[in-house]
Write a new protein. Sequence first.
Length: 280
Amino acid sequence: MPITTTVITGATSGIGKETALALAKKDHALYLLVRDMDKGELVKQELISASKNNNIYTVFCDLSDMESVHNAAQVLKTSLFSINVLINNAGGVFNNHQLTKDGFEMTFAVNHLGHFLLTNLLLPLLERGQARVINVSSDAHRMAKPQFKDLQWVHTPYSPLKAYATAKLFNIYFTRALEVKFGPKGITSFALHPGIVNSNFGEGLGGTGKTLLWLARPFMITPEQGALTSIYLATASRIDSKSGKYFKNMKVTAPSARAINEEGRNNLWNKSMELVAPFL
């Protein structure tokens, strides 16, 4: 059987690391896109040791820096002919409003825009690999009320939880847009809610966010459990007909009514394309 080539972001901890480990054990050739290369190399060696799979590589990629995303895509395009699975797993929630060097709000950049740019840059490889694009979203999207006229939260009072919820809604919009635009070219796309995972995610939160995390702690699942739906979507057969859907506990589930709004989806695509145009 041909080797499955998988690219994953955010694989140095939490559900990303558990997803990478499971796929390494299934003999995927893994490309870990990492912001901290020292940590990435340590995780790579852990994965090789645990899986006996030597086809694991690290590529530097800071999703908050669009030039870095562009450079990572160039490395992959130089190294690979095709990609079979792209897992846009990395995410973050930030307690204070901060702008990236490109002028984008950090939550928006890390959770959506960096992955949007990466996926678009890799489209030729994804088409050749008849790839699955897997976007890790969250049920937090149900709280989102996107402000398309202020995507960078410059004029809107910043809330870390609202910013995160909005970015997770955008993951679902992006998933459906990929299905509509590139499904006919053989690319399938899936969004998922991993569950409320007990990891280092959200450690920097204060105020209400910190309180909510503390209250949720007894109900949290392990990173291994949180990775199950990502692993399922990366490996299951005969799921192409479910492309564009939102998954929870390895099953299709209905997202919020706002998440299936075509106008919002198209608005996000067009605005995102404008923002990343200098980096394509």
